[in-house]
Design a protein around this ligand. Structure first.
Ligand code: G1P
Length: 300
């Protein structure tokens, strides 16, 4: 049992981006899935923006082979910037500069083998050090105002400990996710105390229909527990199994946030994500709505 406060500020975030993106092949054969376009920017930029809005100062990307485009995206592009400046494209230039991460406030570590999400998070341990951190799974894009992680930070200010954003799904779908069991009598605002967790359970055995939706706030004690975690569901080292071990010592809270989560890692999910985010854009929404109203009529 730790005797340190479990409410220290969350300054750093881990973004696991080593995955191969097989569900989006062949589109992702030579570009990282995190770089596919959602409306007008790479998917990863939306996730970074959600984290920035929540006050995250340092971003730790856990990358793998072939992911250099992500690093380049967050770096200065001197020739491009100079060309835009000379052409008087000031607004576009400012947009590019806004997307950059501050110097020295992003780190890239490699997950050398695809051993699972838990292992990917563990690869960030030296950069995170001994402080709580946010974990954002970049396949999941959340529409919400404020963003999901901001909502979680507000709850963390009251609960401390460990937080997991949850969504409810039909019982027959829980086998695709991590699932938490909750005590609905122990609440802080919208947050509910977690009593158990299991990765990809059989629907009949799942402790609830609240699934882990891809945003977490975790205390650093998780790292030592990941080291002791044996491969679990799918033969991979699962973060859910390490969290279940930490649950013996520290409180975990399930956060049903306000917003909609989209899985943009599959072709259908990716299309839906694009449409949903485009419908949030006041410049694109009217034209898109008109396009769909005419869709299917007169051979269009
Ligand atoms: C991961 C997590 C799982 C979570 C899911 C959300 O699974 O292990 O607990 O519910 O992300 O998308 P994966 O999708 O990598 O199999």
């Amino acid at each position: 049992m730790t005797d340190r406060p479990l409410s220290r500020p969350v300054r750093k975030a881990v973004l696991p981006v080593a995955g191969l993106g097989t569900r989006l092949l062949p589109a992702t054969k030579s570009i990282p899935k995190e770089m596919v376009t959602v409306v007008d920017r790479p998917a990863i930029q939306w996730v970074v923006d959600e984290a920035r809005e929540a006050g995250i100062e340092h971003f730790v990307f856990v990358t793998g082979r072939g992911k250099q485009a992500i690093e380049d995206h967050f770096d200065r592009a001197y020739e491009l910037e100079d060309t835009l400046k000379r052409r008087g494209k000031t607004a576009l230039l400012e947009r590019l500069l806004d997307d950059l991460l501050p110097p020295g406030q992003c780190s890239f570590v490699r997950q050398q083998e695809p051993l699972g999400l838990g292992h990917a998070v563990w690869c960030a341990r030296d950069v995170i050090g001994d402080e709580p951190f946010a974990l954002l799974l970049p396949d999941m894009l959340v529409q919400g105002t404020p963003g999901c992680l901001r909502q979680m930070m507000d709850i963390y200010a009251k609960t401390g400990g460990n937080l997991i954003a949850v969504d409810e799904v039909p019982r027959e779908e829980v086998h695709k996710y991590g699932v938490v069991g909750i005590d609905e009598d122990q609440t802080v605002g919208r947050a509910m105390r977690i009593t158990e967790m299991v990765e990809k359970p059989d629907p009949q055995e799942a402790p609830s229909t609240f699934i882990i939706s891809g945003r977490y706030i975790l205390q650093p004690e998780i790292f030592a527990l990941i080291e002791k975690t044996e491969p679990g569901a799918g033969g991979e080292i699962q973060i859910t199994d390490a969290m279940r071990a930490l649950l013996r010592d520290q409180p975990f809270w399930a956060v049903p946030y306000e917003g909609i989560t989209h899985d943009c890692g599959s072709p259908l999910g990716f299309l839906k994500t694009n449409l949903a985010f485009a419908m949030d854009d006041p410049e694109l929404a009217p034209a898109l709505r008109e396009f769909f109203e005419g869709f299917g009529k007169s051979g269009s």
